[in-house]
Design a protein around this ligand. Structure first.
Ligand code: S3P
Length: 453
């Protein structure tokens, strides 16, 4: 059990590199596994979620080298693909740990192959709804049995000849879109997914990078369709993983809400479908400069320079939710220190993440003295220049809740303690060290025998 305590900090400074993007890392392993040849991945995230996906792929007969650091400190791994439809049936359940992305994308792959697999996960993943992918994948011919209808443990019986599908997804979800497109790779003909507004497009970009034709259209009502032609084949292609904007969000917000801070986070993905938080912070008056924009490995990246800022509350457009869906917990922390109200509508999806993030953020921030209210699909935070903090919370297997509350502790009057911080390893294993390197007061607060230090 890891317990961290964050104490009031000022003058955060430094130039840091955040770890590789989680979405891109999962996909580079999965798509590399489906390709013919060897794909070298540079900058792979080695968080627990990605390691769970790698372990599952190894159970399916894929060779993945142990990630090693290069001279720049980035992790490099090589995936030797087996080709589409050539996975071995796993002898044991695939344990995806905490990872919704790993689980849902691999269910799509298994659905379009001729094998069966049992999926298991931790307490959080075992509560998350799988119906959203079971419905389209069943229409393509896969068969499912699941606890409580759609919860893990869940068995997928794939089909060697899936049917094409034109899926109208009620959710703007990259996991749903990706699962259907991955199953469609082995179907004869066209498979399309339309979502109410575009979710992150890493699957579309990476499929193209591996040689698959992907057609994408944004319609006049903002809905978005991605299509592929099945019986495709993927050719190995090396990948450079940019830094994760969802991880960079934590040091960025920390610098904005602590006094006399100025930091630079280098090489962060500024993919437009992931940029919503940064746009929102700038709308709130953040002193945030997007500098040195460039393309690395096919993804737009930039260095983010941010300084302590007096933020003001705003109404965050609901249409922006998909492009910042993982960032609302830390946005709520920024909003807590802004002048006035920040209203965040259209965020119902937060209720089915690693935890119900609306309920848990409301509970945690309230304990720290913040005025916060919610409805089924919105949060409203009333900002103030100081907050008591002083709360102890349990992360409940949710890395982003843990990190958000610790960032809140850096700007509150009294220390904030978060237990269950091992969950941070799912996406940002170096979080505490990187924050400490900039002068943030975040320390381990439990000894190996479980006593508070
Ligand atoms: C992800 C998609 C999002 C996001 C998750 C990563 C992906 O989930 O919350 O952290 O890599 O496809 P949804 O598809 O459920 O929106």
């Amino acid at each position: 059990m890891t317990q961290l305590t964050a104490t009031a900090s000022t003058a955060l400074a430094g130039k840091i590199i955040c770890p590789g993007d989680k979405s891109v890392s999962h996909r580079s392993l999965i798509f590399g596994a489906l390709a013919k040849g060897t794909t070298t991945i540079t900058g792979l995230l080695t968080g627990d979620d990605v390691l769970s996906t790698a372990a599952a792929l190894r159970q399916l007969g894929v060779t993945i080298s142990k990630p090693e650091r290069n001279a720049k400190g980035q992790f490099i791994a090589a995936v030797t693909g087996v080709g589409l439809g050539a996975f071995a049936e796993p002898a044991a359940p695939l344990d995806l740990g905490n990872s919704g992305t790993g689980a849902r994308l691999l269910m799509g792959v298994i659905a379009g192959s001729g094998i069966s697999a049992v999926f298991t996960g931790d307490a959080s993943l075992s509560k998350r709804p799988m119906q959203r992918i079971m419905t389209p994948l069943s229409q393509m011919g896969a068969e499912f049995t699941a606890r409580d209808g759609d919860k893990l443990p869940l068995t997928v019986k794939g089909t060697r000849a899936p049917l094409c599908l034109d899926w109208q997804s009620p959710h703007a979800s990259a996991q749903v879109k990706s699962a259907v497109l991955l199953a469609g790779l082995t179907a004869r003909g066209k498979t399309s997914v339309t979502e109410p507004v575009a979710s992150r497009d890493h699957t579309e970009l990476m499929l193209r990078h591996f040689g698959v034709d992907v057609e994408t259209t944004t319609h006049s009502d903002n809905s978005y369709t991605a299509s592929i032609i099945g019986e495709a084949s993927l050719t190995a292609a090396d990948i450079i993983v940019p830094s994760d904007p969802s991880s960079a969000a934590f040091p960025v917000v920390a610098a904005l809400i602590t006094k006399n801070s100025a930091i630079t986070v280098t090489g962060v993905s500024i993919n437009p479908y992931r940029f919503g938080l940064y746009q929102t912070l700038m709308d709130m008056g953040a002193d945030l400069t997007i500098s040195n924009q460039r393309i690395e490995g096919g993804e737009p990246v930039a260095d983010l320079i941010c300084k302590s800022s007096r933020l003001k509350g705003i109404n965050v457009p609901a249409s922006r939710a998909a492009s910042m869906i993982d960032e609302y917990p830390v946005l709520a922390v920024a909003a807590a220190f802004a002048d006035g109200d920040t209203h965040m509508p259209g965020i119902e999806e937060l209720r089915v993440k690693e935890t119900d993030r609306i309920a848990l953020m409301e509970q945690c921030l309230r304990k720290g003295g913040v005025e916060i209210t919610s409805t089924h699909d919105s949060m409203t935070v009333t900002g103030a220049s100081t907050h008591s903090g002083g709360m102890t919370i349990d992360a409940q297997h949710d890395h982003r809740i843990a990190m958000s509350c610790l960032i809140f502790g850096l700007a509150s009057d009294r220390p904030v303690t978060v237990s269950g911080c091992e969950t941070i390893n799912t996406s940002f294993p170096e979080f505490a060290e990187l924050m400490q390197s900039m002068g943030a007061n975040i320390k381990n607060s439990i000894s190996p025998n479980g006593d508070n230090i």
